[in-house]
Design a protein around this ligand. Sequence first.
Ligand code: GLN
Length: 210
Amino acid sequence: MTFGRDAQAGQLCIGVLALQGDIREHVRALTECGALARPVRRPEELDDVDALVIPGGESTTISKLAVDFGLLDPIRKRIGEGMPAYGSCAGMIMLASEVLDGRPDQQSFGGIEMTVRRNAFGRQVDSFEAPVELAGMPGPAFHAVFIRAPWVERVGPDVEVLGRVDRPDHPGRIVAVRQRNLLATAFHPELTPDRRVHRYFVEMAGRQLA
Ligand code: GLN
């Protein structure tokens, strides 16, 4: 394991992509799970972290800034080399191999073989909260917060579906997935106090890098 510079032995250093979105909330959640969390804004900062969280926000903006800050290719490369990554909402879109209803010039890092539709739940339900049962995260259903959220329309054979949400017109939509060391949720666990998703990611990243 290549521990980040300031990490203590055995402590994972997890970067939070700090271009746009709810960066601080992820840093807090990761810290509460025992990881050393730090913002990543430049390629050199990416070199120093063991894993990366891509926050919720606006994927078109994150995509544009990733290009402007010279991070698109370095992040694609690290993901290709096996760096664990977790994306929430816009971050899920950034990890998708295919994006529907994106802007024509929108780029993603890719990594998870899935088709994701942006803003999929429609205007009338731009934001909602709903229970989601998450495979591998025992306990009650997760109280999930969705904000102009995407859903997953197609998954490749190596993708494990971890959770689905039921909406009146859209039953059983896929909203949490994992492909090996990559994790994505259409909702924002960083905005609620339940730390099961972040703990799952920290443990998953720790096992991957051990
Ligand atoms: N709709 C946003 C996008 O396309 C995602 C919203 C969010 O991250 N809360 O990036």
